[in-house]
Design a binder for this molecule. Structure first.
Ligand code: UDX
Length: 445
């Protein structure tokens, strides 16, 4: 049976969940305190870049299954299931900021007019779902009201740029839930996924919360592992791509997430690894592996700066650096924790001028770095440059016109931090080229 659902928060996670749950046949009200965002959504405007979401938004709004409101209370009162999908940004000390979740819990308590399942999709530290349950109980008691509810932890594993696909084709759906009644409700909500045989992992809320952190920390560690192997391969004259391919042939390792680069970024890995270290400290459990991953990832970004500086003769004063790619990965306009932020800051500090291009990320980037010249296309960014850093794996950079690039650059130097280009071809066009982990055997051996 389809359900009446309210999704609170129309950011990346909330909006994709809202359109996806509506597409499953549920009746969904998505709410947000941001009036402009809700007004835009009512008119069919998605507030971020994400391939594929527009069509699903239009289809479900037109069918009447999806609507938007700023009146969170009304949305909650009408719903049988309330999804919490507000942000939990990292704070200075690494801990997740739960103030938005706490505010939403107060609003839910005030509008709990019948049995509801409260589903937490936001990434929250271990123990938070139980705290939500206890807080709701306390708020109801203080107001001298009685209402039944269950709290379910349902972490998301969406990849930006592929979020819509991932919503409809998850590797697994994790549900931390403790009552048969809420289990039945969640089975109805995700009935469509059940039909396509998506594995469901039923567990307690603490397990669900830790599955999310453990998965992200593992992937962050895997990337960091291959980055360090790439650095070693580079020094020793080995080829990291052959190494990664051969490693990936071992079914226990898998070839995914073994692509070296300038360090991971984004809204999840950096924040979640930091939070996991903090959680370990709180429980008195050693998280030294994850701490090392965080440090090594920062070092990887600085390594790119040192490599580029070396390629340009050791001094960036008054040099012009072209930067292609500003977002933390392709197919998104998100620059949160993008390696480009630390790398560009270091280039500027070393006295370089920076000319940049990104297909989606320039508006966000120029708010942080007004001194960076954002260019209409890659060739404007390359014009007069003493070297170029390729920082994001946008497809259009893979097929960069090297002849044209060479003609507009002052010096033909490329640091390809994503290994997008074919080194032999680039060198054949007269460029000095370096990738990551693409070592060459020592001469004469
Ligand atoms: C990630 C998780 O994949 C997702 O399950 C979770 O819910 C949120 O965090 P996302 O941040 O969108 O998703 O990006 P992802 O594609 O996982 O990449 C994260 C970072 O790692 C990017 O900066 C990417 O460039 C980098 N990366 C990824 C590598 O450097 N090498 C790889 O092999 C894979």
């Amino acid at each position: 049976m389809s359900k009446k659902i309210c999704v609170i928060g129309t950011g990346y996670v909330g909006l994709i969940a809202a359109v996806g749950l509506a597409d499953f046949g549920n009746e969904v009200i998505a709410s947000d305190v941001d009036e402009r965002k809700i007004e835009g959504l009512k008119q069919g405007r998605v507030p971020f870049y994400e391939p594929g979401i527009q069509g699903y938004l239009e289809r479900n709004v037109n069918s009447g299954r999806l609507s938007f409101t700023t009146d969170q209370g009304r949305g909650i009162r009408r719903a049988e299931v309330v999804f919490i999908a507000v942000g939990t940004p990292g704070q200075e000390d690494g801990q997740a900021d739960l103030s938005l979740v706490e505010q939403v819990v107060e609003i839910i308590a005030a509008n709990l007019n019948a049995y509801k399942v409260i589903v937490c999709k936001s990434t929250v530290p271990i123990g938070t779902n139980r705290k939500i349950k206890n807080r709701l109980k306390a708020l109801l008691k203080a107001a001298d009201r009685e209402a039944e509810f269950d709290v379910v932890s349902n972490p998301e594993f969406l990849r930006e740029g592929r979020g819509v696909y991932d919503f409809f084709h998850p590797d697994r759906t994790v549900l931390g839930c403790e009552s048969e009644r809420s289990r039945q409700v969640m089975t109805d909500v995700y009935r469509t996924l059940n039909l396509i045989s998506t594995p469901f992992v039923w567990c307690n809320p603490e397990t669900a919360e830790l599955i999310k952190y453990a998965s992200n920390a593992f992937l962050a560690a895997k990337i960091t592992f291959i980055n360090q192997m790439a650095n070693l391969a580079e020094a020793a004259g080995a080829d990291i791509h052959v190494i990664a391919k051969a490693m990936g042939m071992d079914g226990r390792i898998s070839p995914k997430f073994l692509h070296p680069g300038p360090g991971y970024g984004g809204s999840c890995f950096p924040k979640d690894t930091q939070a996991l270290v903090k959680t370990g400290e709180a429980w008195g459990v050693d998280m030294s592996l994850i701490r090392t991953v965080i440090e090594a990832n920062e070092e990887q970004k600085m390594r790119m700066v040192r490599k580029f500086t070396g390629l340009l003769g050791g001094d960036l004063t008054n040099k012009t650096a072209a930067v292609l790619g500003l977002t933390f990965k392709s197919e998104t306009d998100d620059i949160r924790e993008s390696p480009a932020i630390k790398i560009v800051a270091a280039l500027l500090k070393a006295g370089a001028r920076v000319q940049a291009h990104d297909p989606q990320g320039m508006a966000n980037f120029s708010r942080l770095f007004p001194e960076v010249k954002c260019c209409q296309d890659e060739f404007e960014a390359l014009a007069g440059a003493d070297g170029v850093l390729l920082l994001t794996e946008w497809n259009e950079y893979r097929s960069l016109d090297l002849h044209k690039a060479g003609n507009v650059m002052r010096e033909k130097i490329i640091l390809d931090t994503r290994n997008l280009l074919d080194p032999r071809e680039v060198r054949a066009w007269g460029f000095v080229y370096q990738g990551v982990g693409r070592g060459e055997a020592p001469a004469g051996q």
